[in-house]
Design a protein around this ligand. Structure first.
Ligand SMILES: NC(=O)C1=CN([C@@H]2O[C@H](COP(=O)(O)OP(=O)(O)OC[C@H]3O[C@@H](n4cnc5c(N)ncnc54)[C@H](O)[C@@H]3O)[C@@H](O)[C@H]2O)[C@@H](O)CC1
Ligand SMILES: [K+]
Length: 468
């Protein structure tokens, strides 16, 4: 599991580790930072590095790392941007042969290969001071940007972007991830995030991201005595005469093999739709019967509302997608997973799409609380929020997954995992992970269809289980 802690939690953990002491923590942080820079540049000797140094400990980390790089033969400039500077770090930096200068060309000619953003870290307010903006403009556009702890200017705790900030290629963070490293839009400004362990003892994290091993541990694997009913039956109520494809794709996600059986009924009970889904998925059953979870999705207005009402009568958990979301106005009588994209969530909360996109974490949490349901806010970094609880961020996938019908596959897959016995929160977050992994497998850098994503799900499952 990848954990993201708040700034207050990190500060408290630092206070609670007096035996480590701030000096030792900073040494560990700086060594990890220097090593990440060396890895990125393929060495230190002769490389040109510039440090943008603010007034706090973030600047101190940059200077100590700069000293390590200078001792290894890098040509390191430090531009001091704050009214103060970490004096001990500056002395060490100078002693190692680092040069202190002002924004401009690199020491001894050629442009800098890499810039270290040590302007502000977790002590920073959002935004950049004019001198920081000027310094960033003075650095060569070709230089790699490595942010220390968080790209300066971002709010570490929310994932929001409210002011000018650094765009990093790599962010080297310490002790734990911060919320901004995982949650968009801030996460997109962090580049690749590299975590350096410094020995902090941290409490449970409010935001986390499943890793392959976590998904493997969650997945239902049939035992010797399994039969189709013990593995769970998922009911799908999606697709209609107007949108028969939605039924096919939702069933394709549900029939990936993680539940024992799929029951299917079109949202509007259209016979032709049922026939087309059966033709594409002969393993599906259309008769009445018990299910352990319902998925209710695409299929036009009032029909979707009625289908949802019928699904709720079954008193089993529901996964609610697409058109059926508009019928959700208050907490539901059964455990539920709601799977809106930003526009659908905006309509549910009565706010604008921009408000949802600007503060995705707050919007997902608010909806989870208001509807007392697990909310899956779909996007580049899909969020899965449980009511008054944790949030999981999905980190798998490819931009090619932004394709029509992909949401239908995800809803079906989520339903199959709920039917198999996972909690709604685990089912939704594992489904998002597998859906993204299947998309990457199917795509391999090329365009994909939603059908291809569904077809790649068994292979994504196999790879996860192989690794456990
Ligand atoms: N807390 C921890 O456990 C550790 C923290 N370390 C480092 O310490 C950093 C935090 O250090 P600090 O608490 O000194 O805080 P920062 O270095 O993040 O920044 C605080 C300073 O910047 C100024 N400032 C705030 N917002 C600004 C803005 N937008 N523009 C310009 N200046 C601004 C403040 O007045 C203050 O002087 C971490 O991000 C990390 O890099 C590491 O050394 C290792 C351990
Ligand atoms: K920084």
């Amino acid at each position: 599991m990848r954990h993201a802690h708040t700034v207050a939690q990190v500060r408290a953990a630092e206070q609670a580790s007096p035996d480590l002491g701030p000096g030792l923590l900073m040494q560990r942080a700086a060594r990890g930072l220097a090593q990440a820079v060396i890895d990125l540049l393929g060495g230190a000797y002769g490389r040109r590095v510039v440090l943008l140094v603010g007034s706090g400990d973030n600047g101190g980390d940059a200077l100590y790392a700069g000293a390590v790089l200078a001792r290894r033969g890098a040509l390191v400039d430090a531009w001091l941007l704050g009214a103060r500077v970490h004096e001990a770090a500056l002395t060490t930096f100078r002693g190692a042969g680092g040069r202190v200068g002002t924004p401009g060309p690199a020491t001894r000619g050629a442009a800098h290969d890499l810039v270290v953003d040590g302007i502000v870290g977790i002590g920073g307010r959002p935004g950049l001071a004019p001198e920081a903006i000027a310094a960033l403009e003075a650095v060569s556009r070709d230089a790699l940007v490595v942010a220390v702890d968080v790209p300066s200017g971002l709010d570490a705790d929310t994932g929001r972007i409210t002011a000018p900030h650094v765009e990093a290629d790599v962010t080297v963070t310490f002790g734990s991830h911060k919320v901004a490293h995982l949650v968009d839009p801030a996460a997109a400004a962090c580049g690749v995030v590299h975590l350096v362990g410094i020995g902090l003892d941290l409490p449970p994290a409010p935001v986390e991201a499943l890793q392959a091993a976590d998904v493997a541990a969650l997945l239902p694997v049939p035992d010797r005595h399994a039969h189709k009913y013990t593995r769970g039956v998922v009911g799908v109520r999606a697709g209609s005469s107007a949108y028969p494809g939605a039924g096919q794709l939702c069933v394709a996600g549900a029939a990936s093999g993680l539940a024992g059986m799929v029951r299917y009924r079109p949202v509007d009970d259209d016979r032709e739709t049922a026939r087309s889904v059966l033709a594409a998925h002969p393993e599906v059953v259309t008769g009445e019967g018990r299910v352990q979870a319902w998925v209710v999705g695409s299929g036009g207005g009032a029909e979707a509302a009625r289908a949802l009402g019928e699904a709720l009568n079954a008193r089993v958990p529901v996964v609610i997608d697409a058109d059926a979301l508009a019928a959700v106005e208050r907490p539901l009588p059964v455990p539920a997973v709601l799977t809106p994209h930003a526009g659908e969530l905006a309509a549910m909360l009565g706010i604008s799409r921009e408000e949802v996109e600007d503060d995705q974490l707050a919007a997902a949490r608010r909806a989870a609380d208001r509807f007392d349901a697990v909310v899956v806010l779909k996007g580049r970094r899909t969020l899965v929020a449980e009511p008054v609880g944790r949030v999981r961020v999905n980190t798998t996938g490819t931009p090619w997954l932004a394709t029509a019908g992909a949401g239908d596959v995800l809803a079906g897959l989520t339903g199959s995992l709920v039917a198999a016995g996972l909690s709604p929160f685990d089912a939704a977050s594992a489904a998002c992970w597998l859906h993204g992994a299947a998309a990457s497998l199917a795509s391999a850098g090329a365009p994909i269809t939603a059908r291809a994503v569904a077809a790649a799900l068994p292979e994504a499952v196999r790879r996860v289980l192989d690794a456990r």
